[in-house]
Write a protein that binds this ligand. Structure first.
Ligand code: ATP
Ligand code: MG
Length: 576
């Protein structure tokens, strides 16, 4: 266990879990000590606006913005908008909304790579003039074939030694729209024999006659990611350019471009991307789910997108806490979805009111209770936090309990209600089942019970015990609601590893219950309101579909903490 007092390891304020420092913090602290960037820390989060953000992006956001806060620096939000056709304003807006919702702020540092198109063009011209870039008129297929393999070197393009003036003329023709898409590309002149395939004369610019959502039709050539990214970092004087491991091989090119041009040099650092069990975190796959109508949209509550998690009822605190707990590593791994669920439970356990709601109602008539009486029972809002107070809930002769809480012929381990059995109704009375009413199909449709008036509040003066406490709602006071229950979107732990990930979709990932009964106080809650339905889990009024008079609740998570169970079994707290 590292010492929490040294090298930026820190305690997490909310749960007292020790969060160890990470290798990126060490790099930054070393750079600060050596004065490499004059003590500055400037990071960036560079999404491509071609989809909505997901929980993997949240890891990157928390890391980049988190470091800038920790070291008193800044974090830029930069849209990597170099791929017109796939990108649009809806995505730009949703990304800004999601970053802010997560609790981060870019201040004045909102940038678009497209704002640098003029400068990037000039840098390309500079490379051509230095003899470090050339226009290749081979076909895309020829370029691919001549790239070589991991074992065999590539073959020089016949156009590799074109004189600079000719390259400049062709490059201007590309820019002016005089050449067709695919007719040629601008390539860096590096080394076709490099063991790193990325260094074998990579493409820097290509022709794309697409409308761009910001630069409109001004450009018909667009820079490649590897060219645009390092130079955008350089232009913005980023100190630490943090990206995922797939870019490890690209770092050589990142450095080559900046060194060759002799411009400000940010440092690229790679970390392992987040993989989460039972879901997919690739924008391409998420787009397929949306476009194929496998989900209701980007913000479907089953989606691992930030907007989906928000709609499901996840809080920014829980997501930030999750990102902190998973830590930052150099090796890819799979994080258990149960940890994310654990984090939202932990957050809502402290904040959410406990209420009573019956999902599958079974009518109960208390025969010895006065017909027109209704009593107010005192209920505790949150036993974890007494300052959240109490409320009154109405009790009357006809109630609903959960169908699951009754069995006509209960097996040994079933301690809830059955004929002749006595149970406690939470905050109310002991009741005993005296009769069972069935419909013509034999289905139990109503119970007759008696109550013991001496047990008001839930305790018997004679000290007798009952084995079970049930939640309930008074029929005449109940409000109706639709409740949506969710399971994993996929049936397998690694859907991305399947031949067709869509074949592993869980057909039962949503169950809609239309006839739920909730305690009356919930009738006026606003969309987004989160609470615990006692014994059933945490729920949230749907921000899209719920309204007063037409309540719709999403189950965020059940109360069964699989993560705590796994931890107990492994006896290794806070390890993935
Ligand atoms: P995807 O693979 O989902 O398409 P991407 O990397 O292409 O993601 P970008 O919009 O380019 O999507 O990502 C913006 C930033 O978020 C990048 O710096 C990228 O490294 C980071 N990022 C994307 N996915 C993850 C992930 N699963 N875990 C951590 N960081 C991620
Ligand atoms: Mg990307």
């Amino acid at each position: 266990m590292p010492d929490p007092n040294t090298h930026s390891g820190k305690k997490n304020e909310t749960n007292e879990v020790f969060v160890p420092s990470n290798f990126i913090r060490h790099i930054i602290e070393d750079d600060m000590q050596s004065g490499k960037y004059d003590g500055r820390v400037v990071t960036r989060f560079p999404p491509e606006p071609n989809g909505y953000l997901h929980i993997g992006h949240a890891k990157s956001i928390c890391l980049n913005f988190g470091l800038s806060i920790e070291y008193n620096g800044s974090c830029h939000l930069r849209f990597d908008d170099t791929n017109p056709g796939k990108e649009n304003v809806e995505f730009v807006n949703s990304i800004q909304e999601d970053v802010q919702w997560l609790g981060f702020n870019w201040d004045k540092h909102l940038y678009f790579t497209s704002d640098y198109f003029d400068r990037l063009f000039d840098y390309a011209v500079a490379l051509i003039q230095m003899g470090k870039a050339y226009v290749d008129t081979q076909s895309a297929e020829e370029i691919r074939q001549n790239r070589g393999t991991l074992k065999a070197p590539g073959i020089d393009s016949p156009y590799r030694n074109r004189p600079a003036e000719e390259n400049l003329e062709l490059f201007h023709k590309m820019k002016n729209g005089e050449l067709e898409e695919g007719a040629c590309v601008l390539r860096a002149k590096i080394d076709m024999g490099s063991p790193n395939i990325i260094m074998r004369d990579p493409a820097l610019y290509r022709i794309r006659k697409h409308h761009h959502h910001r630069t409109k039709d001004q450009w018909c050539i667009y820079p490649m990611y590897d060219f645009a990214h390092c130079l955008s970092d350089s232009i913005e004087r980023i100190t630490h350019s943090i990206c995922t491991l797939e870019f490890e091989n690209n770092r050589e090119l990142y450095d080559w471009i900046l060194d060759t041009l002799g411009v400000y040099h940010s440092r690229q650092i790679e970390f392992a991307r987040l993989n989460l069990s039972y879901t997919v975190l690739s924008k391409r796959k998420l787009i397929e789910l949306v476009e194929g109508n496998h989900v209701s949209g980007w913000d479907d509550p089953r989606m691992p997108t930030i907007s989906g998690l928000r709609r499901r009822g996840y809080t920014p605190e829980a997501i930030r806490n999750f990102c902190e707990r998973i830590g930052v590593a150099k090796r890819d791994s799979m994080v258990n979805f149960a940890l994310l669920e654990h984090c939202i439970r932990e957050d809502l356990n402290k904040k959410a009111h406990r209420v009573m709601g019956v999902l599958n109602p079974l009518r109960v008539v208390i025969e010895n209770y006065p017909d027109d009486l209704s009593e107010e029972m005192e209920a505790i809002n949150n036993p974890e936090d007494k300052t959240m107070g109490t409320r009154k809930i109405p009790f009357s002769k006809v109630l609903y309990i959960e169908q699951d809480d009754f069995m006509e012929d209960p097996p040994k381990k079933f301690f809830r209600l059955g004929p002749g059995r006595e149970v406690r109704l939470r905050y109310a009375y002991f009741i005993t089942c005296t009769d069972v009413i069935k419909d013509e199909t034999g289905k139990v449709v109503e119970l007759r019970c008696t109550y013991d008036p001496e047990t008001r509040g839930g305790d018997a003066p004679d000290g007798r015990k009952v084995k079970s406490t049930l939640h309930w709602v008074s029929e005449q006071h109940a409000v109706n609601a639709e409740v949506r229950l969710y399971e994993n979107l996929f049936t397998v732990e690694k859907p991305a590893a399947a031949d067709d990930f869509k074949a592993t979709l869980n057909e039962n990932s949503v169950q809609i219950l239309k006839d739920c009964k909730l305690e009356p106080g919930l009738g006026t809650v606003e969309p987004g309101f989160a609470c615990q339905f006692e014994r059933l889990g945490y729920f949230c009024a749907d921000i899209r579909d719920s309204a007063q008079g037409n309540l719709v609740f999403n189950r965020i998570v059940t109360l069964r903490d699989m993560w705590a169970k796994i931890q107990k079994k492994n006896k290794k707290p806070n390890k993935k």
